[in-house]
Write a new protein. Structure first.
Length: 256
């Protein structure tokens, strides 16, 4: 298996484990990643997820050895698996963290962009290299970049196919924070645990709101709020949060 899932209490850690290829994902891995996230979405014991790579790299994108000349039907099957993988990461109603070291390239960068938060090392290298092989970016990369940074800068990054180091990615807001390589996973675990201790349902609803914020009018967005807040008012975590404020103590959220 090239996709490993381990657990640290309420935190799931999904590791791309193909270090000899800088964790380039195969067709089988596309399916395994999607399935893993779909299963984690339904696992009530998991309240935060870390996505990372083995061997000092995050992911160098799709395995080019599987490209070749597959024909239209086979190519469309590859794209469907790619999109299922990205949708599974982006749609999960739990906080996700990409812990990035080394190569984070092409659709590999899209995997990180699909997560809620990205922490990286100064040695991380980000690139949309599709222009070098006569492709436009896929896996939702432009959709994500256009929402995270100024569009003109996103165009320059895509058109030039150049590489950004961790420091530049941080300065653009594409990375939340930089940490040393040996501190990457400890920091990711600490951050994931803190998010897992939060009100999981409320966090998931906030995530849904972020997902729709740029596509809805203000009135439509307020209508979404109108449906969300009364629902959350019925949750155990909301009642616990109110009680904790009144008792002047930290809340003990259970994710329900």
């Amino acid at each position: 298996m090239n996709v490993d899932v381990s657990y640290d209490g309420p935190v799931a850690i999904l590791t791309l484990d193909r270090p000899e290829r800088r964790n380039a994902f195969t067709m089988a891995m596309r399916q395994d990643i999607a399935l893993a996230f779909e299963q984690l979405a339904d696992d009530g014991n998991v309240r935060a997820i870390i996505l990372t790579g083995a061997g000092g790299h995050f992911c160098s994108g799709a395995d080019t050895g599987e490209m070749g000349e597959p024909g239209t039907v086979a190519f469309l099957a590859r794209m469907r698996r790619l999109h299922r993988m990205i949708r599974a990461i982006a749609a999960i109603r739990k906080p996700t963290i990409a812990a990035v070291d080394g190569a984070c390239v092409g659709a590999g960068w899209s995997l990180a962009l699909a997560c809620d938060l990205v922490i990286a090392t100064p040695d991380a290298r980000f690139a949309q290299i599709f222009g070098k092989i006569g492709y436009a970016p896929d896996a939702g990369a432009i959709w994500q970049l256009a929402r995270l940074i100024p569009v003109m800068r996103a165009k320059e990054i895509v058109y030039s196919a150049r590489t950004l180091d961790g420091t530049e990615a941080l300065s653009l807001g594409l990375v939340l924070e930089l940490v040393a390589s040996d501190a990457l996973m400890p920091r990711a675990r600490d951050l994931a645990r803190s998010l897992a201790a939060g009100p999981t349902l409320a966090t998931g609803m906030a995530k849904a709101q972020f997902g729709s914020a740029l596509s809805l009018s203000l009135d439509q967005f307020l209508e979404q709020e109108f449906l969300i807040q009364p629902l959350l008012a019925t949750t155990q975590d909301h009642r616990e949060g109110i009680a904790a404020v009144r008792d002047k103590r930290p809340p003990d959220f259970q994710g329900c």
